[in-house]
Ligand binder design. Structure first.
Ligand SMILES: *Cc1c(COP(=O)(O)O)cnc(C)c1O
Length: 428
């Protein structure tokens, strides 16, 4: 069934570290051989062996309207004939910036980059440059890309001795990263009190997608907003996952909370490598060439990436019903899964908001990294493989949100629920 993927994985490992260009693709947390994908259309992925899968990853979010969405593909094709990069400004970049401003709240100005990692790294630098302060708070289990400062974990006390607690990240960098548990307001207050006037920013996934889907407790984000106002801390929403997915205006709109800086990625590029960060003019004005916080990119605002993103966002803006449709499908999936999971008798938790959903095999609420990590992730592994065998492609880790795309039909979702019922019978 997976012969060609297996052969490709063997071959890949000889010239690519671990056989992949981004770790989660290697299936390490679920075991087995990653599937090598040949093509995708709508809600379906096709692997090198010709197997078809219903896709719940959507390239980790970008394919919100399904794969090979025709208006996006056509726009890319047409634009490519005019050359693929100039290294000089284009009108397209203005249109993109204007469109982002028209959709997302609190964006006076926006700078395009080529990945979510760049967006978060640049937003943090900007917050530091703007405030003149060095430290920042992040939450355990939130992912903000792979820049040094974000890889630091809790309890990096060793950093004091300038020892690398995260391989490749200096103790100096670690010292400036403060971490605490998601949804733990007291811990934030403590960090703020202990580091008075030293904190430049609080960065957060307003709805988390990187430890499965985890929702902010009622009042949590509001309280952080207040702390940031009180202490002159820049509040950064990492909306790389939630941006243009939870609503046209992302989590800010969906949850009615204002951020000072916002980072984007994934959906914003329509499947091309794009990221962006934006926010209040007073802060954004500090970026070069206007200000003295340096940030640049040879391929930033690339015309092919811009036309893909612009076309995707235009579709989303002109048909906001898409969000209601996506949410209805996701709730339908949730209710179907609820039914078969309940019948199976195994403890489980489903967290869901909009078109983000995840399943943890847990008998307690999953509200932060520790509660996600203490779920039965061995059972998730078995579930993942049982589903894959039945043609359902889930994220290969319990620590990732599933992303629904609007090409999914109710028939596809019914198949997914049925596959779950059968899988649970097989693995329990
Ligand atoms: C994916 C992701 C990133 C990193 O984006 P890349 O494009 O992979 O660099 C940052 N933050 C969040 C919340 C993400 O989900």
């Amino acid at each position: 069934m997976y012969e060609k993927s297996k052969a490709l994985f063997e071959r890949a490992q000889k010239s690519i570290p671990g056989g992949v260009n981004s770790p989660v693709r290697a299936f390490k947390s679920v075991g087995g051989t990653p599937l090598f994908i040949q093509k995708a259309k709508g809600a379906y992925l096709y692997d090198a062996d010709g197997n078809q899968y219903i896709d719940y990853i959507a390239s980790w979010g970008p394919m919100i309207l399904g794969h090979a969405y025709e208006p996006v593909i056509k726009a890319i094709q047409e634009k490519a004939l005019l050359s693929t990069s100039y290294g000089a400004p284009t009108e397209l970049e203005i249109e993109m910036a204007e469109l982002i401003r028209s959709m997302a709240p609190n964006i006076d100005m926006v700078r395009m980059v080529s990945s979510g990692t760049e967006a978060c790294m640049s937003a943090l630098r900007l917050a530091r440059g703007y405030t003149g302060k060095n430290k920042f708070i992040k939450f355990e289990g939130c992912y903000h890309g792979h820049a040094d400062a974000f890889l630091v974990k809790a309890g990096s006390g060793m950093a004091t001795f300038n020892i690398q607690t995260v391989p490749g990240v200096t103790g100096g960098v670690s010292n400036d990263t403060l971490t605490c548990a998601y949804n733990d307001l007291d811990a934030v207050e403590r960090l703020v009190a202990e580091n008075k006037n030293e904190i430049a920013a609080i960065i957060i996934e307003p709805v988390v997608g990187n430890m499965g889907c985890i929702l902010p407790k009622a009042g949590f984000l509001e309280a952080l907003r207040k702390i940031c106002d009180r202490e002159s801390i820049v509040f950064i929403f990492d909306e790389v996952m939630t941006g243009f997915r939870l609503a046209p205006g992302g989590a800010q709109e969906r949850l009615s909370i204002n951020a000072d800086l916002v980072t984007f990625g994934k959906v914003i590029g329509g499947g091309m490598p794009v990221g962006a960060f934006g926010g209040k003019k007073e802060i954004m004005e500090n970026i070069a060439p206007l200000g003295n916080v340096y940030q640049a990119g040879t391929l930033s605002g690339n015309p092919i990436a811009m036309i893909a993103g612009l076309t995707m966002l235009t579709e989303l803006k002109s048909n906001p019903n898409i969000y209601a449709e996506l949410e209805q499908k996701t709730i339908y999936l949730k209710e179907g899964l609820d039914k078969v999971l309940k019948a199976s008798g195994t403890p489980y938790v489903i967290n869901q908001l909009g078109s983000m959903i995840s399943l943890h095999f847990s008998d307690h609420a999953v509200t932060d990294f520790d509660t996600a990590a203490s779920a039965n992730n061995d059972l998730f592994k078995k579930y993942f493989h049982a589903m894959l065998k039945r043609g359902i492609y889930l994220p290969p880790s319990a620590f990732e949100s599933w992303f629904l795309n609007n090409a999914l039909s109710y028939e596809d979702i019914d198949k997914t629920i049925l596959a779950t019922e059968e899988s649970l019978k097989e693995i329990l």
